[in-house]
Design a protein around this ligand. Structure first.
Ligand code: SF4
Length: 191
């Protein structure tokens, strides 16, 4: 039986809504925008998706695209994976852009995973042992926004916790732990 994620997807969409809202608030406060950026620095091929729910949702989005676009993206995915298999540290792979970035825009914007939704703005994660993990934003944010608004960060803790809960639920339903995958790996064999 194929697991359709009927219960999982609405919860994922709810968590995505929380992320989008936090991102919009931080962007507004900072006057930050991705307008005019082709995403080449953010839309890298090595972004990893860790949860079953996100993979399911991304594949669902993929199937809404025109067949010709699906074919084109799958071909790009295969080229990216071939470059990775040949030399995972080589420039051909490392400098490739995500197969879903067409002409500078994400063709599955509404379905994009968490890693993409939260990219660009600095963040913190509060670990269970109370230590803090911090990371900076994209080049544009660090160069133009950080000097003026050094304290703007998104706290990802609750989002990660909720995604972990979704994964626990998926494992209970399916019986397997999800193998983490890149976007090309998720979509290359999508039917
Ligand atoms: S899924 Fe979309 S936003 Fe994420 S890396 Fe690919 S093109 Fe960029």
């Amino acid at each position: 039986m194929t697991y359709t994620g009927t219960e999982l997807t609405p919860r994922l969409v709810e968590v995505y809504g929380q992320m989008d809202s936090a991102y919009a608030d931080a962007s507004r406060e900072a006057g930050f925008s991705c307008a005019g950026c082709n995403g080449v620095k953010c839309c890298t091929v090595d972004l990893i998706v860790h949860t079953f729910a996100e993979m399911l949702f991304l594949r669902r989005g993929f199937r809404t695209l025109k067949i010709s676009v699906q074919k084109h993206i799958k071909e790009r995915c295969r080229e990216i994976l071939k470059a990775k298999a040949t030399d995972p540290l080589g420039m051909e792979y490392r400098e490739s852009v995500c197969a879903l970035n067409l002409d500078g825009l994400c063709v599955l914007y509404e379905y994009r995973p968490m890693i993409c939704r939260l990219a660009g703005i600095p963040h913190i994660i509060r670990r269970p042992d109370s230590s803090l993990k911090q990371a900076g934003g994209c080049t544009r944010f660090e160069d133009q926004i950080k000097p003026v608004f050094p304290d703007i960060v998104i706290d990802r803790t609750s989002f990660y916790q909720q995604m972990a809960q979704l994964e626990i639920y998926a494992v209970q339903e399916i019986g397997n732990r999800t193998v983490s995958r890149t976007i090309s790996e998720i979509l290359s064999d999508c039917i």
